[in-house]
Write a protein that binds this ligand. Structure first.
Ligand SMILES: *Cc1c(COP(=O)(O)O)cnc(C)c1O
Length: 463
């Protein structure tokens, strides 16, 4: 991404501090609808509201830090994906982005299926009422116990990730007198991240079975021979936070090539193809994600075209968006604590959370936006770095952003687009108490995952 430095620069700098920031927005009080959940707006007093409730009230009721999820927005996005792909395709929400029983219920009600990749996620999916046949079970190292639970529960599919797992799942299913529906996850030699994709020669990663050297074809051969397995399709997942559809195009081309080889060798046309997830969202105003209907149209056309070329019946498509559904629907609310201006550099703004509630900045150098939420301000823009309260200098929530220069301890600030991979990756570092997730909608707010307490922490510490 090309980004220009703030033209005015921090007041005392001879040289602009390094960083990824563009010029301050024309209006620091504005809330770009691209990065904020649908119902987020400012009320008559300038306080940010979501679902009809202002953040000062929310902070009083639930404390900070806390994640607030816009239920109407979540449901609308889930529905948009479902509608875009229509009755001849399946949308599996990737539970690892964020999963709770309430979310499972919303997904069920909106007609989506669900991906899980651990025994814990499977337990949550079942406890939330997702019918087992609408659950797909993923993972590169599923334990025998997890596989047994999944087969017992009757999950709709297990996505096989290795040769050993093919045998393991077949054995477990057979010993229960069952035939488990499975897909084989292949690596197609495409790696996609954000604005580009790379077609790699080597599938140098832990997930999937490489397609290029014939291993995937061999995996199919073995799976077709085993009584405990019903092979229903091929799976490919190429990356995350992707905006460019050309990676999917190459992936679909290669997966359909495999389907054609399978037809030629075995006389079998596999009925399903799963293209994974990874569709990008806007974390800052510089990101321009695609709408579900554009993605659905593009993917459906690519697969149909490839299948026509290979004279195959077009298989049923499934996709697995996680981030693209839940990411934009939530924000994290923090209270500002210490403010430390460093002359010629930037101002460090400490909040009451940090890398324990959002590890993505430290882990991936992720970019986020931030807004003063408890009031508006006409003060000058100030270049800030939002940092947490943890004992780690990499404990950064927002690397570079602008907030009004009159920012003061006690102000509430909100970081948007934290619905995905924040609560689900949260930790107890420094014995932080993981924040609650609160669903807000129609003037009502309800805790769906409560805040941890010191008793919760001490319960695990058996002394
Ligand atoms: C992580 C993952 C997804 C979801 O990715 P998003 O970036 O959240 O859309 C989908 N499928 C598989 C197999 C994954 O590992």
């Amino acid at each position: 991404m090309s980004r220009s430095a703030h033209p005015a620069g921090p007041r005392h700098a001879d040289v602009l501090p390094e960083g990824h920031y563009s010029a301050p927005p024309a209006d620091l009080n504005a809330l770009d609808p691209k990065v904020w959940a649908q119902t987020v707006t400012r009320d008559a007093h300038g306080v940010v509201t979501v679902g009809g409730i202002d953040v000062k009230t929310l902070a009083e009721w639930f404390g900070t830090p806390a994640y607030f999820i816009d239920e109407a927005d979540f449901r609308a996005r889930a529905r948009a994906w479902r509608t875009a792909f229509g009755p001849d395709a399946d949308v599996f929400y990737a539970g690892k982005a964020f999963l709770s029983r309430a979310v499972v219920r919303w997904l069920h009600e909106e007609g989506l299926n669900l991906d899980v990749c651990s025994g814990g996620e499977l337990a949550t999916a079942l406890a939330g009422g997702m019918p087992a046949d609408r659950i797909a079970f993923h993972g590169n190292n599923k334990s025998v116990e997890e596989i047994t639970k999944a087969v017992e529960a009757g999950v709709g599919r297990i996505v096989l990730d290795s040769f050993q797992e093919i045998v393991r799942v077949a054995h477990i299913a057979s010993s229960m007198g069952k035939r488990q529906r499975v897909q084989i996850r292949v690596t197609v030699g495409v790696e996609a991240h954000t604005h580009e994709f790379i077609a790699t020669a080597h599938e140098d990663q832990k997930f999937g079975i490489p397609l290029a050297d014939g291993q995937a074809a061999e995996a199919v051969r073995r799976a077709l021979q085993l009584d405990g397995l019903e092979l229903i399709g091929i799976h490919s997942h190429i990356g995350s936070q992707i905006f460019d559809m050309s990676g999917f195009e190459v992936a679909a081309h290669r997966v359909v090539g495999l389907l054609k080889d399978i037809r030629d060798e075995h006389g079998v046309e596999l009925p399903e193809i799963d293209l994974g997830g990874g569709l990008g969202i806007a974390y800052t105003s510089d990101d321009d994600p695609r709408e579900p209907h554009e993605i659905a149209k593009a993917l459906t056309e690519i697969v149909s075209r490839e299948c026509e070329g290979a004279r195959l019946r077009t298989p049923r498509i499934s996709v697995e968006p996680g981030r693209a559904i839940v990411g934009p629907t939530a924000f994290t609310l923090y209270e500002v604590g210490t403010i430390k201006p460093l002359q010629g550099l930037r101002t460090y703004v400490s909040v009451d959370g940090g890398m324990s509630d959002n590890i993505r900045t430290a882990l991936y150098d992720a970019e986020y936006s931030v807004a003063l939420a408890s009031r508006t301000s006409d003060a000058e823009p100030m270049l800030v770095r939002i940092v947490g309260k943890h004992c780690e200098s990499g404990d950064i929530v927002v690397r570079d952003a602008f907030l009004p220069a009159d920012l003061a301890p006690g102000d509430l600030i909100a970081v948007p687009a934290t619905g995905a991979y924040c609560r689900s990756m949260a930790s107890n570092y420094n014995h932080a108490l993981r924040p609650p997730v609160v669903a807000v909608g129609d003037g009502d707010a309800r805790v769906i995952v409560r805040r941890e307490t010191e008793e919760d922490l001490l319960r695990l510490d058996v002394g």
